[in-house]
Write a protein that binds this ligand. Sequence first.
Ligand code: 13P
Ligand code: SF4
Length: 299
Amino acid sequence: MRNRIEKLKKEKNAVILAHYYAPSEAQEIADYVGDSFYLAKVAKQSKADVIVFCGVAFMGESAKILCNDKKVLMPDLSADCAMAHMVKEGKIEEMRAKYSDLAVVCYINSTAELKCQSDVCVTSSNAVKIVKALPNKNIFFIPDRNLGRYVASQVPEKNIILNDGCCPIHAEVTAAQVLKVKEMHQNALVLCHPECEKEILELSDFSGSTAEIIDFAKESTASEFIICTEKGVGYKLETDNPQKKFYFPTPCPVCKDMKLNTLENILKVLENEENEVKVSENLRNGALLPLDRMLELGK
Ligand code: 13P
Ligand code: SF4
């Protein structure tokens, strides 16, 4: 399968992008592996004709919006992010009516429809920087209440209004689970994704995007880490640091949608060019501005 994928990639001038939560077989064969911000930048700058995006719907959709001239294929079109939909209808209008200077800051883990109603997009690696750079005092942060709360803690000069959405996978990690692992590995540093609940951030030694967690573990002099994010990052952590030990809370957080990016599905879409991501012109025009603004402010 690997040989056939490599051959088709050359024939079709295709590249494979994979998020760190994709299965290890997808990360292994991908041309680019990274966090959401990195992958959005790669898609925008790519010279390929075809992009196979091993991620979830909002990632493929964002890639298509950023480079409309390319064919964007998803190994499984049903791979979605539950949090991307978690803003109640009418909520954005309600907030805009309440605060005249409001900036709607939209985590990239969101539908194109939500991006269209927003002023700027962010990812977990650039949210603090971008919110700080905005001239607005009042910020409605959608959809993730946990990332929003983390940003609020780092930018106390702003009034950050939280929305009640969250990642169901990160939200299931409890302090008791983490402390249990810590009890067995007392020297291990706790690294968490800001999509985790407040109690996890409070007991962590470091909090950051998937790529930032990976960089931190590589640069750290510590040799043991408790990783509070999705299981997929374990592949890169272990490949980069064979001498270090990585533990996950039990049960290990797994995003089932990300796991739909199998080698079989990658081969199938490269062969048949099926599962093409389509975004209407209206949605594309509306969502491009906040995404481009993110790429500019997040530089
Ligand atoms: P990052 O890779 O940007 O940290 O995003 C995490 C995530 O949940 C992607 O769905
Ligand atoms: Fe969405 Fe959570 Fe899966 Fe990331 S891990 S894609 S935030 S459901």
